[in-house]
Design a protein around this ligand. Structure first.
Ligand code: AP5
Ligand code: ZN
Length: 208
């Protein structure tokens, strides 16, 4: 499967990607995870990205396009890939098409996980992540149910930053819905249901 997961911040892209990875072992390319790892490691990329991420703004296209282009050239993507959080702008979508054309690995689908913004604000302000294994949970998880690791709140999961992320999504990323519809790749999934119900639709959309 060569897929793009589209959807607003907090729609459940990471949650659905984790389930696909667990069941099918497909490489998961999350630009948010890559950037957070760079921030944690204190690399030049991380130093550049941090202030954009903390404000809920997008990191500049040229930085992120270079990062994803390099990652797609790694041999494991011949088994397929799940792009999560990329592309987020028209320039990123055009660059992705060009790179996948070069690699002769066209997209099979762009799955839109669709959830109302008011639901999302509740989800994100109560989201907690595992420091050790990356498990995505909520404030109800005192420790990680997978590995007993420490749960923490992302710096950008406060209400002010979440609202800005949603504004940025509407302005810069939502136009990609029409872009992928025009390419006949878009499948829209109602993400405001139980995680397992959403996942069943994700698999159906992918013919799995
Ligand atoms: P990124 O990490 O990509 O964040 P995001 O798009 O804001 O997405 P999230 O990780 O917040 O949400 P998600 O849809 O994965 O939801 P999740 O499954 O966790 O990006 C962070 C920042 O990095 C950006 O702001 C930007 O600065 C930068 N960046 C990244 N990519 C970039 C790019 N391409 N260009 C430029 N800048 C870039 O679920 C959320 C919560 O809901 C969890 O608590 C979960 O348990 C819960 N949940 C999930 N599904 C359900 C369900 N069905 N029912 C109930 N609860 C659910
Ligand atoms: Zn864990």
């Amino acid at each position: 499967m060569n897929i793009v997961l589209l959807g607003a911040p907090g729609a459940g892209k990471g949650t659905q990607a984790a389930k696909l990875v667990e069941e099918f072992g497909t490489p998961h390319i999350s630009t948010g995870d890559m950037l957070r790892a760079a921030v944690k490691a204190g690399t030049p990329l991380g130093k550049k990205a941090k202030s954009y991420m903390d404000a809920g703004d997008l990191v500049p296209d040229e930085v992120i396009i270079g990062l994803v282009t390099e990652r797609l050239q790694e041999p494991d993507t011949a088994r397929g890939f799940i792009l999560d959080g990329f592309p987020r702008t028209s320039a990123q979508a055009v660059a992705l098409d060009a790179e996948l054309g070069k690699l002769e690995r066209p997209l099979d689908a762009a799955l839109l996980v669709d959830v109302d913004f008011e639901v999302i604000i509740g989800r994100l302000t109560s989201r907690r992540m595992c420091r050790d294994c990356g498990y995505i949970g909520s404030a109800a998880d005192a420790t990680c149910p997978k590995c007993s690791g420490e749960m923490y709140q992302r710096d950008d999961d406060n209400e002010t930053t979440v609202r800005n992320r949603l504004d940025v999504y509407e302005k810069s990323t939502a136009p990609l819905i029409d872009y992928y519809r025009g390419c006949d790749l878009l499948v829209s999934i109602d993400g405001d249901r139980d995680v397992e119900e959403v996942y069943a639709d994700v698999k159906k959309a992918l013919g799995l």
